[in-house]
Design a protein around this ligand. Sequence first.
Ligand code: AMP
Ligand code: ZN
Length: 467
Amino acid sequence: MLIFNTLTKKKEEFIPLNPPKVTIYVCGPTIYDFFHIGNARTFVSADIIRRYLEYKNYDVMFVMNLTDVDDKLIKKSNEENLPVEKIAQKYAEAFFEDIAKLGIKKANVYPKATEHMTEIIDLINTLVDKGFAYNVDGNVFYDVKKFKGYGKLSGKNVEDLESGARVEINEDKQNPLDFSLWKKAKLGEPFWESPWGNGRPGWHIECSAMSMKHLGQTIDIHIGGSDLVFPHHENEIAQSEAACNTEFVKYWIHCGFLNINQEKMSKSLGNFFTAREILKRFNPNAIRLFFSQTHFSGPLSFSDELLEGAEKGLEKIYNLVQRIESIAPSNDSGLITFEQERYLFAFESAMDDNFNTSQALAAIYDFTRDFNKYLSKNEKVPVEVLDSAKKFLKSTLTDVLGIQVFKEAENRNSKEDELIKLFIDLRTKAKLEKNYKLADEIRDNLKNIGVILEDSKEGTTYKISSK
Ligand code: AMP
Ligand code: ZN
């Protein structure tokens, strides 16, 4: 299996440190607002990488951090007149709701910076002790010149960076490239005690400390959007490797941008749609299909038309699934079978080649076309053929790409259906008893888990969707 490593700038055979274990760290969101559909692309790409490794029977330990204290959070806390913790809590909850709707598997751990102050301070201490960091009046900086490998990830060298660096406002730094490890407390800002006085950590050190705490000094894979290569990941390497004298990350994976009108979608440019807005208008499976149609590392343009195109693609797959489900399998001997190994082989070969989802989807579309033809030609279909077709669609689309194709049908027949109906009955009863508070609570709580109730004269029905 090949992975393109940003560090070596080539595709490399994937050899985990301690197979079957694979450790992955993803730079997660700053929880000061709803995340946009560009961020969602990176989160979905990381999810597919994890899912494929699990499909290959690796035992994946997946960590995604949440940045819960920084300038953006402090600004928002002033705007909304709420403490920073409340802002972080509000948007962390929103983050979990949105990733669940997008079918993103939960990480094993979501470490938060504010819950790792001891580890962060210890790490800064080590860097100060080893001479890689210096304290100027309560502000601690990393001394970039001290770390020999600085620039190895981004391919930048210190001299070029220095000549290109903007004049820094911060006079305390010895070199404009040096970056903050600890920021002295300012009036009205949250702070923690430290050997350098009250303050808060810089962003880069949080990831080094949390990755180390949860996954060890050297990890297999680190993932983030390509805007993080420099300076964030370059700085993470400088911090971690200087502190531990060992390689920080084996494989660096960077995801391409989601663009809108040829520009990177970003909060600061104001050209973004939140994932929530898009999820209200489009099926999450279509969103995932849309992302999977393009290789994760390249740029991808966003538009409603392109998402509508993905919905059409999804429709084709749904149609085939429905067709498969409506056929009564036959046990007659001598029926014509359908050879499908080659589609799975094509799918896996594509995914083994640096997670090439667009090629992998081509294998699924080939299967869809050919299996439809087969069904049209054959009135009776052997049970094994139907079973293995279902298995193929489930393991490729659902398990690996996270696109649910059987879910609707499964939902209707499951205990889930019975339970939801039980809640609907309880709500109806509450309404009859004029306990509207309870009735609304039932409706709202169901909505939070993606079950939308619809009242009509005939009674209450529900749909499971985030559309
Ligand atoms: P942020 O909350 O801005 O730090 O972003 C969270 C993650 O989303 C990071 O890994 C970013 O690199 C990534 N990201 C931000 N903007 C985009 C975009 N337009 N397309 C893809 N990924 C992005
Ligand atoms: Zn990070």
